[in-house]
Every structure is written in C-alpha cells, then in structure tokens.
Design a protein around this ligand. Structure first.
Ligand SMILES: Cc1ncc(COP(=O)(O)O)c(C=O)c1O
Length: 415
C-alpha cells in the first residue's frame, strides 16, 4: 500500500525533533557522553518519598486514584496549584486552571485552539523546538524576533508587528520563555517583562509564557524576585501561563499547569477532552501528595544547588578548553548553556566530528525559525555527572578545534 498518499498535509510535514534525533544517536552509542537532552538528573528524584506515596495511594485503594478524572484536573491538585501559583505572585481562580499532560500538551492546545493555517505566531530567535513543532503542526506562520542580553528585542518586536499588520497579517500571540530559556538560558529583565505586557495590551496580542525553569534559579547570582512571572502582573488578562512539574519532581508524572483567561481556559479544556480525556489521575495524586508532604518544597533548594554546581563545572571546563573560540552568557538558572562559535562553523555539520570524539550536543539551527544560528550549539548541564561534563566539554572543544583547523583562517573572519 502506498502509505504516503494517506498522509494529511500536516502528517506529511511532520519532522523528527533535532533533540530527539540526538537521543537516538546516544542510545546507539553507549560510550557517547550526551550533553544534548534537557532531562533532569534522575539522581535528584525523591525516590523514597515516591515509594511511600505510591504505596500509600495503592493500599488505600481510593477509587479516584486509578479512575478517569475530570478533564480540568484532579480537584484537590487544582486547589493545591492555586496556592503554588499564589506563591509565584499569580492570583488565579480554579476556573482559570487546567492540569495538562506536560506543558507540551499546553502548547499543543494553544496551537489547536487558537491558530488557523497562516496565522502569525511571534517567537524568539532562538526558541524552544517543542513549541515551534506544536505551532508548525497547525500550519501557523512563525516569525522570529532577535534577543538581547536581557531578553527579546522590544524595538524589533514592534517593528515586526507593524510590518506584519501593514501586510494585513494577524498576529495571534508572542511565545516566550522568560526564565532561563530553552535553549539560551537567558533571563528576561523585570523592566522588559513590564514592557512586554504593555506592548501586548497596546497591540492587542496575547502572550504565551512558558515557565518550566523559573524555580531553578541559581542563588549565587539570582533571586526569586527576578523570576517573577509576567502572568503575575497580568491585570488585563493577556497572558496564557504554562508551568510544569517535569523539571522539579519528575517528567514521568506528565503533570503541568496551564493558566488562561476563563473564556480561553474553557475552550482549552474541551480541546483536551478530545486529546486525552484527562491527565492520569494516578500521576496527579502522586504530585498532590508530593506537594502536601513537603517533597516539592524540600527538593527546590537542593535542585538549585545541584544544577548551579553543574553549570559552574561546565562553564569552567568551557573556559579552560574553548575560551578563545567560543562565547556564551553565564546561565543564572535552568539546564542549558548556549555557545556561539565563529560564523564559519556549522555546528550541524560538526556533529560527525563530535560523535567521533564521543560526545553529542544539539546544533543550534534547530531553534531558529529563520534558518540562521548555524554557528550555535546547546549544551545541557542537567543530566551528566560533573566528571562527564568536564570530559564531554573537552571532547566538544576537540571537535571545534578540528573544525576550525579544517576551515582554516577563514573561520575567524567575522568574530
Ligand atoms: C521551554 C519548555 N517548554 C515546555 C517543555 C515541555 O515540558 P513537559 O511537557 O515535560 O512539561 C520543555 C521541556 O523540555 C521546555 O524546555
């Protein structure tokens, strides 16, 4: 049978993510050091607490635990999330909340409920590949806005908006990850957050704020106040806010929170019904217990210390082995370190050299919707041990040096 003839136009266009592709390469080469995926370190998971919680849940045999539940979410978890959000400055009512199966589902719902083919979504250059994939799936038109050290370039944002409006294009929303962005690790300044809200209101555009890393700030440089969500000051109901337990408890629970103005939240809930009826009640019950027993609160300071140490190890290794040839901004939280190499380097092409050296990373081009970024790469410091981080960075540096030598002096032009 000719299966190709069966694909929808969306099905035909589906592409494997660059990050997942690297996962396959790593699985086939057990000796490779992978600095590619943004996975939390399983060594940080609160295993003993989860053993106790799951045993208690199963021995109590409460009906709800293994049953279907309301699409909106397990009601006691929804209530607990209202409290958690309040601690982050967000005053949301239960009606504005939806528990989603990972924030990835939140992105998919935003795409399917809000976007028609050809609608414009503004994204940062670079931007999270999972969001790019979700928006492309519904054939939206993605337009990139450059970043500055303190976040998206507001002047370029408004210029782009005006150009699109002039051409009769409808911008539905701006997608951004203000806290320790995937992939750059950038933190948007508080001044810029306020300016973004003001801009969204002036231009009548929604903001989709994706915040899985906000709680993982590094205390050597950064305070919780600097990670205040844009949603916390959203008096005009313009922000759809997503946050997740994947990076703080475990991605296996596939439990995340979406907050949206009530009229939108209702539609997202109906959209979710068609997608999965409800997020696993068992997973939600575990997350609820982890909140109620103080597991989450105890984990957060440990995770901040753990990932801060890994970041410091990675940065020193980079400075020692690649200092001359690379530039980066020190991440103040999250999982990622973003490296820029001389213009002539193509990090996608360089992957073969990296694999030969025994390391993988994610080539930066995958995060750009405008085809640029070929000289960038994303290194994740979340999963590897400090020893592997040092060895992995040394191997990346060896691949870069080989590539520069192969390119010759021309490689340094434009630095
Ligand atoms: C920026 C961003 N958004 C969303 C997600 C999806 O997270 P999850 O679906 O596990 O909640 C990720 C995962 O890496 C991410 O980095």
């Amino acid at each position: 049978m000719n299966y190709d003839a069966l694909f929808s136009s969306v099905g035909q266009g589906l592409q494997q993510s660059a990050i997942r592709q690297m996962g396959t390469v790593a699985a086939q080469n057990p000796n490779l050091i992978s600095l590619a995926p943004g996975y939390p370190d399983p060594g940080t998971f609160a295993w003993d607490a989860y053993l106790e919680i799951t045993e208690a849940l199963l021995t109590q045999r409460g009906r709800a635990t293994l049953q279907y539940g309301p699409t909106q979410g397990h009601p006691p978890l929804v209530a607990a999330c209202v409290d958690l959000l309040r601690e982050r400055g967000i005053a949301a009512t239960p009606q504005e909340l939806l528990i989603t199966t990972g924030s990835q589902q939140g992105l998919d719902l935003v795409a399917r409920v809000l976007l028609d083919p050809g609608d414009v979504v503004l994204v940062e250059l670079p931007s999270y590949t999972g969001a790019i994939a979700a928006f492309k799936n519904v054939q939206a038109s993605l337009v990139g806005i450059p970043q500055q050290a303190d976040g998206i370039d507001l002047e370029a944002l408004d210029d782009t908006y005006r150009r699109l409006a002039h051409d009769g294009r409808r911008v539905k929303f701006l997608y951004l990850v203000p806290n320790f962005q995937n992939p750059t690790g950038l933190l948007v300044s508080l001044a810029k957050r306020r300016a973004l809200l003001e801009w969204a209101s002036r231009r009548d555009v929604l903001l989709v704020e994706d915040d899985p890393y906000g709680a993982l700030y590094f205390e050597d440089t950064t305070t919780a106040a600097e990670t205040r969500p844009i949603k916390a000051d959203d008096t005009g109901q313009r922000v759809i806010y997503l946050t997740s337990f994947s990076k703080t408890l475990s991605p296996a629970f596939r439990t995340a929170i979406m907050v949206a103005p009530p009229a939108l939240a209702d539609r997202f809930e109906i959209g979710k019904q068609a997608a999965d009826l409800c997020t696993s009640n068992f997973d939600q019950a575990i997350v609820l217990e982890a909140i109620n027993r103080g597991v989450l609160a105890r984990q957060l300071p440990l995770l901040r210390q753990h990932y801060q140490r890994n970041r410091t190890v990675m940065e020193s290794a980079l400075r020692a082995s690649l200092g001359e040839a690379a530039t980066w901004v020190t991440p103040r939280g999250g999982f990622f370190l973003w490296v820029s190499l001389p213009d002539a380097v193509d990090t996608h092409r360089m992957i073969a050299r990296a694999v030969a050296q025994g390391v993988i990373y994610v080539a930066g081009g995958a995060f750009f919707v405008d085809g640029t970024g070929a000289n960038t790469l994303r290194l994740s410091f979340s999963l590897a041990t400090p020893e592997k981080i040092v060895e992995g960075v040394t191997r990346v540096a060896a691949a870069v040096k080989e590539e520069l030598a192969a390119l010759g002096a021309a490689a340094l032009v434009g630095r």
